[in-house]
Design a protein around this ligand. Structure first.
Ligand code: GDP
Ligand code: IMO
Ligand code: MG
Length: 424
């Protein structure tokens, strides 16, 4: 019987999670997003046709699969319906029969986006986090502050209006006094939301119960990457949710023992969007090569992604935090044409060699990567169909990663299309 699968990014996001979810959805009955919001951009390519999903689970292209947005997600209802409308234009069924939102999911409100933008604008230089500006942080803040709007509040207009008014009391003081920007009125916010309130209600459901009663396996789709995790990432240059695999249970409402196969998605090199330390970043022509060959421009904001060598210290930490049963190596084709490839196997920090990232704020910006050099390969590998078909040096690269991390590579991706993937 197919097992439940958790898919998570093991670096700083954009590892190719969407593509792998789309492929593995085939063997599952439902796909659940469990954290993050429309800061995510998950790209699927089927028969050369590209779709980017920010909120709706990446299983939606498979007609007979259920898709759920779990309680751990923060949902912008306008983005949700924009995505639904685009998918409907392509003939995809996005009705509540196959797509559900947890009653407990927190809603991103217009004042969250405004606060996100105001805060980023007020930060300067290297203090800028470079958020996606989608209101993610402020929405999670309200959840923790216990004044958030949950999707089920849309069923009780009096409660909704009361909560909007209550939430705006503090926000408006910040808007006026700190950010010198216009306050928002509760009525105005309600009027903005009105068009989506009735429309969203049919999608609301008990996701926990839906997945408990599902025949067949569940696929839990993570967003962002382990080093953007609010606790374990490169704080404060992180997102505002937990991205580690354990959160698949919390963010969808099942028991941790229901999580069976844990798949760490690993890009064959490293990228990062936004601010924050990045020890193996390449500011030279190899960095530009990776950026161009890998098309490393953000799926959400279009920003250029910073690029660098594969960092095994970062990955070792992801293995420790998430317990992957296998690795999925993506974008291996991008490395073709490099004479030599470096992998970072340790950090030098204050005269010591570290196997794991240091935990103090700003310390990661001070480490020096210790590199091991491997031979590259010239061949185009984008149509390879098995590991045995790969050039010898490519196989050595894979074997060294497995050896250093102690986890097998179960799946390899050599191009953006669904078919450019093979299992071990
Ligand atoms: P996600 O956020 O983890 O889902 O990743 P993104 O979709 O933001 O970024 C991954 C990008 O790489 C997308 O443009 C994918 O189409 C593309 N991609 C995924 N796997 C491969 C691969 O194996 N090779 C190449 N060349 N591109 C890939
Ligand atoms: P996927 O799911 C890459 C980054 C932002 C910023 C930081 C905080 O496509 O891999 P936020 O808007 O979340 O408060 O921004 O996190 N970030 C991502 N980087 N991929 C993502 O998602 C990201 N989601 C957020 O660039 O540095
Ligand atoms: Mg992405």
């Amino acid at each position: 019987m197919a097992k439940n699968i958790v898919i998570f990014g093991s670096q700083w996001g954009d590892e190719g999670k969407g593509k792998i979810v789309d492929i593995l959805a085939e063997e599952c009955s439902a796909v659940v997003r469990f954290q993050g919001g429309n800061n995510a951009g998950h790209t699927l390519v089927v028969n050369g046709e590209k779709s980017i999903l920010h909120l709706i689970p990446s299983g939606i292209l498979h007609e007979n699969k259920k898709c759920y947005i779990g309680n751990g997600v923060v949902l912008d209802p306008f983005v949700f319906f924009k995505e639904i409308d685009n998918l409907s234009l392509c003939g995809i069924d996005t009705s509540p029969k196959r797509l559900g939102i947890s009653n407990k999911t927190h809603v991103i409100m217009p004042y969250h986006c405004k606060l996100d933008a105001a805060r980023e604008a007020a930060k300067t230089g290297s203090n800028k986090i470079g958020t996606t500006g989608r209101g993610i942080g402020p929405c999670y803040e309200d959840k923790m502050h216990r004044c958030g709007i949950r999707a089920s509040d849309f069923k009780d207009i009096a409660l909704l209006k009361e909560k909007i008014a209550e939430s705006l009391v503090e926000k408006n003081i910040l808007f006026k006094a700190l950010y010198n920007t216009e306050p928002m009125q509760a009525d105005e916010v309600y009027e903005i939301l009105k068009p989506v309130i009735e429309r969203i209600i049919p999608y609301l459901c008990d996701v926990s119960s839906a997945i408990e009663n599902m025949d067949g396996a569940i696929l839990f789709e993570g967003a962002q990457g382990i080093h953007l995790d609010i606790d374990h990432g490169t704080y404060p240059f992180v997102t505002s949710s937990n991205t580690v695999s354990a959160c698949a249970a919390i963010g969808s409402g099942c028991a941790p023992s229901d999580l069976e196969r844990m798949l760490a998605i690993v890009k064959a090199y490293t990228t990062r969007v936004g601010g924050g330390p990045f020890p193996t970043e390449l500011m030279d022509e190899t960095g530009s090569f990776l950026q161009n060959a890998g098309g490393e421009f953000g799926s959400t904001t279009g920003r250029a992604r910073r690029c660098g060598w594969l960092d095994l210290v970062i990955l070792r930490e992801s293995v420790r935090l998430c317990g992957p049963t296998e690795l999925v190596l993506t974008k291996l084709d991008v490395l073709s044409g490099l004479k030599e490839i470096q992998i970072c196997v340790a950090y030098e920090y204050k005269g010591e060699q570290l196997q794991y990232p240091p935990q103090e704020q700003n310390a990661l910006a001070e480490v020096k990567p210790v590199y091991e050099t491997l031979a590259g390969w010239e061949e185009d590998i984008s149509s390879c169909k098995s590991r045995a078909e790969l050039p010898e040096n490519t196989q050595k690269y894979l074997a060294r990663i497995e050896e250093l991390l102690g986890v097998p590579i179960g799946m390899i991706s050599v191009g953006p299309d669904r078919i450019q993937t093979f299992t071990k």
